[in-house]
Every structure is written in structure tokens, then in C-alpha cells.
Design a protein. Structure first.
Lengths: 348, 348
DNA sequence: TTGAAAGCGCTAACAG
DNA sequence: CTGTTAGCGCTTTCAA
């Protein structure tokens, strides 16, 4: 009833027109008479014909595939971003080809080569650092790249992030206003721009208030290492402990809260205020109620797609840009709030 | 330094061989002399040549692309499955093209058509039901389909799930052994085979023990609806409340626990035992410590990939199968345990 | 507006 | 083992 693979030639034969006529009917801006179009559509419907995207890609040079490099999906920020990104692209007729940049599959450069093999129209890298070598390879191949949630100091590469520096500073101001005097910081992977900027903003905020950083550990954006960092930072005597801690992302912050409350028996926020970054879904769960800086994933995705489309459709006029999206600090129960101070104090 | 798009012809010219020789060098099982291979590789390296996967796909009929249909990534079970799946396929030279089957992009059938347009070698659908119409269209197109985490009664379609019936029964046995006598159940979306099988197993386990189902609500695998279900089930007077509840997946169970503890002020497990299904990462977090049935995602992915490869590589000998993978019940703190009963009792 | 013809970059017989 | 020759299914000039 339905042929294995219907070609435009078969449709043409049935409709009594040329093969190119069929092609035109399925090409948005082509000129076909109503009559022809009708005949062709009818024949196509009867045969169950649909254009072969790959063949179209070959000749047109546009695959309508966007390569997405992602390192891991454990941090909930990424699945939700991926979902939004995929939806946004789908709406514009593009689709996402996923490349995991994990340990097993060799270095990131290999992955990028594989992507290029698929003749993708663009590449989005989520939280992955790129060598300038591979970057220029993409440029040479004419494939636009957008760094998502990472920026890089390389010449002219487009990146979309939240305003991490401002975010870090907001956290410092919030904690200072809350009356904290011994701030701790648990860093993410030190190679990441997000980590660097969040810390720099945080430190500047503290400096402005004249408060020194009381403790610092590294969690590498990794839950288990974040737990160790928390133990190192809070395992000692009360006077050696920070009275608040900013953790470079929620993914680690949730793990840290677990250690604080269930392992070390500390109360949050009475004994220690905790602030994260990202505002992933679990941060809002009552069991954590984590104060955090929101990354506006919707906006970030929008900007990413916009930049991509611009570079794909009008490469000549498209300039690389570095987008930084401001996000609000969301006060929740895991950190003492400025307003509450005079009312509640600490009853310990 | 690096041409925009290097073709095999250019490599051939530089190496002083025919274009087909180049093709052979980059085709695993081809016969080329060492000398030729060397010359070609050298020229290719100098030019930065890599075969065009799309062109290869066109002529060979194999795109090495697997279409993945997924509805939403909010439930943590899916991102981790996606990550594993993508990794496993990547290792075999395949890649995943993502299709979100969400609201906006029309019905699932449209999505399947789009997938077919890309000449994918296979399709994995995660928690999506397929009409038998579209199923046969795939079969007609010779594209193998594997249902992941869903099974279907359609003729000969391959599916990979956990043993949901056995899992549901295990929960019943566990709760009954724990001394519970008023079991509640919060269902997932009733159109899902997973929901049906889990409930059927649960009910059979209860029936065997001679205990009737005390309450039932529907949460549709949706957190907000699960919360409403929890309120409906536990909002009344103590004697109208179940003493334990099995929730069709962890995604909902976590939300239900929040309502129970933070909204209704019930203690878990003292006032009510809670059991979920999936064993997503947050289930193990101390703040929830959710008793649940583990879905062995690793095994499920392995079986999915194995089935896919078999159907792709040897379609004639590959028979459709229905794989059900047994998973253990993981006892944690959210449910009273059988062993603890005589020791602890209830101190209310 | 339409059809004929020329490829996109590659693989796969087919002779040699 | 190697080169020659056909296409894969489609878009796109180019004439008509």
C-alpha cells in the first residue's frame, strides 16, 4: 500500500509533471501554478511522499541539523535547557543532533570533528570549553558556534550566559545585608568561565562591604566533591565555620545542604545560610527551599537560537556577540534574609 | 590553510589516485594496498579531509542517525536514560537526533513523519504511545522502532521496560509486610502501559494478602496533578487517610512527599509510608530518602541498543521482542520496613 | 511557469 | 588492488 521509499520522480510520473515541478511544490519560495501544485500534492499524498531531507541537504548545503555538545545531564539545568532548545529549533525546522562529550568518547576535539562530518548548520556547546584550534576549524568550515552557559576569551566567538559576575555580587550583597560576617565559597570547576565570574562577582561584593572571604573549597561542579568540600569547610569546631556559604551552582548546593543538615547536624539557615546558583527545579522544593540566583533558561535559549539563526541565514552581517542575561536572586528559606534580621535575630 | 569543504576528489588529485581509492581508504572493509592507503591518508591529513556523512548516507542508505522521541525531560529518569543511550550509540558510530513530542509541535504522528524525513536508521520512543498506523508506516519504511519504557499491544513491536507488574507487586508485599492495612495508590497517566502494569501488580499483591485498596487518585505523571491528588487523598480526617501510599513514579512521589510533610504536616513514615517507582537520583537524597523500585536504566539502554543494532544489521533474522527487566525494591526511610515493625512500633 | 540537464559528495559494482 | 562508471534523491540554473 505504501512503497518503501517514494521519490519525487515517482510522484512526478503519477502527477504527469516533471520531477523538478515536484521539487518546486515542496520548496517554499518557488513558482508553481495552482494547477500543478494541486496535481502534485494529490499524487504525493496518494503515494505518501515526503522529501528526503538528506538529499536536500546534499545539494542545498543546508542540513537543518544543529549539533549539540553536552557533557552531562545530571545537573538539571541542562535537561531543561536542552528541552527548550530542541523545541525552539524544531519550531524553525531544525533538529538537534546530540553529542556527549564524556570521558569515554575521547576529547572534545574528536567530538567536534564528528559533528562537522554531519554537515551541521550550526553548533551549540553547553558547558564545554573549546580549543581555539577547533574553533577556527568551525569558522573555516563556515559553521557558526554558540557557547551556551560558557564564555571564552577567544577572538570572535558568540556566547550566551547569565550575568555571572553580577549574580555573584548579588549573593554577596544579600548575605552581607543579612548580617553574615564569615562567608564561605565552594567553587565549581576552575576552568569554567561561569565559576570564575561568579566567584569574582562574589568576592567583589564582599570586598565592597569590607568583609573578607572566610573559607573556600572546590567542588568542581561535582556532587561528591562538593560533599567533601562541605565536610572540610564545616566539619570543624563552631568558631572555625563560616556563617554562610555561596556554592557555585545548585547541583552542588543541594548536596551540600544534605551534608550540612543530615551529616553534620547543622540547621539551615539558623546555623548557616546557603545560597546556590541556577534555580533548578529542586531548588524550589520545600525540602530544600534553596535561595539561589536564577538563570533565565528561556531567555538564554532564545538568544542562543537567535544568534544561531542570524549566523546561518545572514553570515555576512552577523557579528559575534557575547550575551549576558541578568537573573534575579530568589530569596528562599535556606538563607537568613536582610528584612528578617531585626525581627528574628538568632535564638540559639 | 584549511579549505572550506574538502572533497574526496581533491584528496584523490593530491594523492595521485582515483576518487574511489580515497573512498575505499575511508571504508572499513575495503581492499586497498598499504602504499595507496598511506598516500591517501597523507593527502587527506594535509587537506583536513573528512568524509561527508550525509553523502555517504545518501548512497549507502545508512545515515547512522537514530531518532529519539521524548516528551519531556523534567522527570529525571529521562535525562539519565538519554545520556546513557547517546553514549552507547556514539560508541557504535551512531548519533541521536532529538525530537520533542511536546504540545506545540503537533501530534506524535507529525513528529514521526519528520523523523522519517531524516532517513534515520532506527527510532527510539521514550514514553510515547504510537498509533498502529504510524507503526506500520515505520515498518513499511524499513525503520526499526524500539519503545523505551512503554510497551504496547500492537502486533510485533519491540519494547524495553522494567518488569512493572512484578515491581508493583513487590511494593504491595513490602507494604503489607510492613504492617500497613490501608494502602493508597496515586496513578500515572492512565494511557501508559507502565501505569497500568504497576497498578495491576500492586493490586494483585494486595489481593493476595486480602487487603483492599483503600484510596486511589490520579496524578498523570505530572507533579502539580500529583500534589492535588495527595491533597485529595490526605486532606481529610485521620481515619479517612491511607496509612501508606504507592505512587506510580518518583517524579510524582517527591512532590507528594512535599505536600504530605510541608503542607499537611504529616510525618513520613510515622504517619504515612511513601513508595515510588524509578529510583531517580533525588530519591536517594537524604531530604527525601524515598523507598522505591529501581528501574535499571543501564540494562534497559543496553537492551534497547542491542535490539536496535540487531534490527538494523540483520533485519531478516531479527524478531520483535518484549524485554522486561526486573528491578529491586530499594528500602529507604520513607516507608516503614517489615523488619522494624516489632522493634519500633508507632509511638504516636 | 515549466522541463531538461547538471551536479551535491560519496559508494558500489564492474572490468581490468 | 585499482580506475571507470553509474547513480542515491534532490535543488537549481537554463531555455523554452
Amino acid at each position: 500500500m505504501m512503497a518503501d521509499k517514494v521519490t519525487s520522480a515517482e510522484v512526478a510520473a503519477r502527477a504527469g509533471v516533471s520531477q523538478s515541478a515536484v521539487s518546486r511544490v515542496f520548496t517554499p519560495g518557488a513558482s508553481v501554478s495552482k494547477k500543478t501544485a494541486e496535481k502534485v500534492r494529490k499524487a504525493a499524498a496518494e503515494l505518501g511522499y515526503r522529501p528526503n531531507v538528506l538529499a536536500r541537504a546534499m545539494v542545498s548545503g543546508k542540513s537543518r541539523i544543529i549539533g549539540l555538545v553536552v557533557a552531562y545531564l545530571e545537573n538539571q539545568f541542562y535537561p531543561s535547557a536542552l528541552e527548550k532548545l530542541s523545541n525552539a529549533l524544531q519550531q524553525r525546522g531544525y533538529h538537534v543532533l546530540v553529542f556527549m562529550a564524556s570521558q569515554t568518547s575521547g576529547s572534545i576535539d574528536n567530538v567536534m570533528d564528528e559533528i562537522l562530518d554531519y554537515q551541521v548548520d550550526g553548533i551549540v556547546t553547553a558547558s564545554v570549553a573549546m580549543s581555539s584550534d577547533i574553533t577556527s576549524r568551525c569558522l573555516a568550515a563556515g559553521v557558526p558556534v554558540v557557547l551556551f552557559n560558557r564564555s571564552q576569551d577567544i577572538e570572535g566567538i558568540t556566547s550566551v550566559t547569565s550575568d555571572n559576575f553580577a549574580g555573584g555580587r548579588k549573593v554577596a550583597e544579600f548575605l552581607v545585608a543579612g548580617g553574615h560576617t564569615r562567608p564561605g565559597y565552594i567553587a565549581g570547576w576552575e576552568g569554567a568561565s561561569t565559576q570564575r565570574d561568579r566567584e569574582a562577582g562574589f568576592r567583589q561584593g564582599l570586598a565592597t562591604a569590607g568583609i573578607p572571604l572566610f573559607a573556600r573549597e572546590v567542588g568542581d561542579f561535582h556532587t561528591e566533591r562538593a560533599r567533601q568540600a562541605a565536610r572540610a569547610m564545616f566539619g570543624g569546631a563552631p568558631e572555625t565555620r563560616p556563617d554562610c556559604v555561596f556554592i557555585a551552582n545548585d547541583h552542588m548546593a543541594l548536596a551540600v545542604m544534605d551534608v550540612l543538615r543530615f551529616e553534620l547536624g547543622l540547621r539551615v539557615p539558623e546555623d548557616v545560610s546557603v545560597v546556590g546558583y541556577d534555580d533548578v527545579p529542586p531548588a524550589a522544593w520545600p525540602a530544600y527551599d534553596l535561595t539561589t540566583v536564577r538563570q533565565r533558561a528561556n531567555l538564554m535559549v532564545e538568544e542562543t537560537v537567535a544568534a544561531l539563526m542570524e549566523h546561518i541565514e545572514t553570515p555576512q552581517t552577523a557579528a559575534p556577540r557575547r550575551v549576558e542575561i541578568d537573573g534575579p536572586l530568589i530569596p528562599r528559606g535556606s538563607a537568613r534574609r536582610p528584612m528578617n534580621l531585626p525581627l528574628e535575630g538568632r535564638n540559639t
